[in-house]
Ligand binder design. Structure first.
Ligand SMILES: Nc1nc2c(ncn2[C@@H]2O[C@H](COP(=O)(O)OP(=O)(O)OP(=O)(O)O)[C@@H](O)[C@H]2O)c(=O)[nH]1
Ligand SMILES: [Mg+2]
Length: 325
C-alpha cells in the first residue's frame, strides 16, 4: 500500500473488508473515496474505487424493497428515469405512450397521486420510466425527494405550449433549496462522492402545440447546463431520440453471455457500467462465480473470435462472453 494513505482512509478500508452487506460495502467505499488523497499517485486506486462503487450501486439498487412504501420504486432494467414536474405537463401521457404502464391522463391538474413505473425499450435494453405526482412549491409529496435522489436520470417535464421557462425555474429552485443541483451529465462523468448533483434533462412536452421561439429560448437559457428535449406524448415526435439519450447518459455496456458450443444469449444482455471487466460480469451472474472462474473467452470488438482473456479484461458494448469454471 502506498505510504501516503491517511489513517482515515485505512479505517474506511478496514470497514470495507469487514462489511457484511453490499450496502455497508458501498458506504465504506464512499468513505474511502472521500478520504483518499487526490493526487497522481492514487489515480489508479481512485479509478478502481469509482468502478467498484458504480458496480455496487447497480446491485444495491436492484434489491427488492423491504417495505411497502409506495414512494420506493425498486429499480429494474438498465436504469431508472424519473419524470417530475409541475401539474398537467404530460408526465403520465409520456409514460403511457412509451411503456405499458396504465398511467392515468386527464386535462386537470393533480391527476397522479402515486409513482407508477413502466418499462420502455431502447434496442434490446429495457429502461424503467417512473411517472410521479406533480410537484409545486406548496406541494412536494413526502417521498418525492427520495425518488428523485435515487433516480439514475431525472427528467423535468414542462409544458412547452404554456410557460416552460417559468415551470423549469420553479422546479430547479425547489430542488436547489433542498441542496440538489441538476445537470445533463453522463454517469461516467459524475463524481461518485457527490450525492447532490443529479443527471437530468428538460423535457419540453406538448411540442406539437408549442411555439418554436419558446423552445429556442428555453434551449438558449439552459445551454451548457441542461439539455432540452422537445417531444410530444400526443404525436410521438422526438420520443425515440429522447429514449436513445437515456442509454448514452447511463454509460453502460451490453454484454451477451454464451454457453460453450452454443450461440450467445442474443437479445438478453447484461448491462454493466462502462469500464467493467470480466470479473464484474462474473459477479453479476453469480456472487461466487469470480472465485470459481478459470478463464473466459470473448467475441467482438477487435479480439480474435473466442480469444481467451484475463479476468481484468475491460468489456465493450456488444461483447459476447463465455465463462469457464
Ligand atoms: N397537445 C398535447 N397535449 C398533451 C400532451 N401530453 C399531454 N397532453 C395533455 O395534457 C393534459 C395533462 O396530461 P397528463 O399526462 O395527465 O399530465 P401530468 O403531468 O401527468 O399531470 P398531473 O398528474 O396532474 O401532474 C391531458 O389533457 C393530456 O391529454 C402533448 O404532447 N400534446
Ligand atoms: Mg400525471
Amino acid at each position: 500500500m502506498p505510504a501516503n494513505l491517511t489513517p482515515d482512509y485505512e479505517r474506511a478500508e478496514e470497514k470495507y473488508r469487514s462489511a457484511a452487506t453490499d450496502e455497508d460495502k458501498l458506504d465504506a467505499l464512499r468513505e474511502m473515496f472521500s478520504t483518499i488523497p487526490k493526487h497522481k499517485g492514487t489515480e489508479k486506486l481512485q479509478a478502481d474505487l469509482k468502478r467498484k462503487m458504480s458496480q455496487l450501486r447497480h446491485t444495491v439498487a436492484r434489491k427488492p424493497a423491504k417495505t411497502a412504501d409506495p414512494f420506493h420504486v425498486p429499480r429494474t432494467g438498465a436504469g431508472q428515469v424519473v419524470l417530475i414536474g409541475p401539474p398537467n405537463t404530460g408526465k403520465s401521457a409520456l409514460v403511457a405512450r412509451t411503456t405499458h404502464a396504465p398511467a392515468k391522463i386527464a386535462d386537470y391538474p393533480f391527476t397522479t397521486a402515486l409513482p407508477l413505473p413502466g418499462m420502455c425499450h431502447w434496442e434490446d435494453v429495457q429502461i424503467e420510466l417512473v411517472d410521479t405526482p406533480p410537484i409545486t412549491p406548496e406541494h412536494l409529496p413526502g417521498g418525492m425527494l427520495g425518488i428523485i435522489r435515487s433516480a439514475n436520470i431525472v427528467a423535468i417535464v414542462v409544458d412547452a405550449s404554456a410557460d416552460p421557462l417559468e415551470e423549469t425555474e420553479v422546479i430547479l429552485e425547489l430542488l436547489r433549496s433542498r441542496g440538489l443541483t441538476l445537470k445533463t451529465i453522463a454517469h461516467t462523468e459524475m463524481d461518485p462522492s457527490d450525492f447532490n448533483t443529479l443527471s437530468a434533462m428538460i423535457v419540453a412536452n406538448k411540442a406539437d402545440v408549442a411555439e418554436d421561439s419558446t423552445l429556442a429560448t428555453l434551449k438558449e437559457l439552459y445551454a451548457g447546463r441542461l439539455e432540452v428535449w422537445p417531444v410530444s406524448a400526443t404525436t410521438g415526435q422526438g420520443l425515440d431520440k429522447w429514449i436513445a439519450r437515456f442509454w448514452q447518459l447511463l454509460s453502460l455496456v451490453r454484454v451477451y453471455t454464451k454457453q460453450p458450443g452454443h450461440a450467445s444469449d442474443k437479445g438478453k444482455p447484461f448491462t454493466l457500467p462502462l469500464g467493467s471487466t470480466i470479473d464484474d460480469l462474473a459477479r453479476e451472474i453469480h456472487r461466487e462465480l469470480p472465485e470459481k472462474m478459470k478463464f473466459a473467452r470473448i467475441w467482438g470488438n477487435g479480439r480474435f473470435a473466442g480469444q481467451q482473456v484475463h479476468r481484468t479484461e475491460v468489456l465493450h458494448d456488444g461483447d459476447q462472453v463465455e465463462i469457464h469454471e
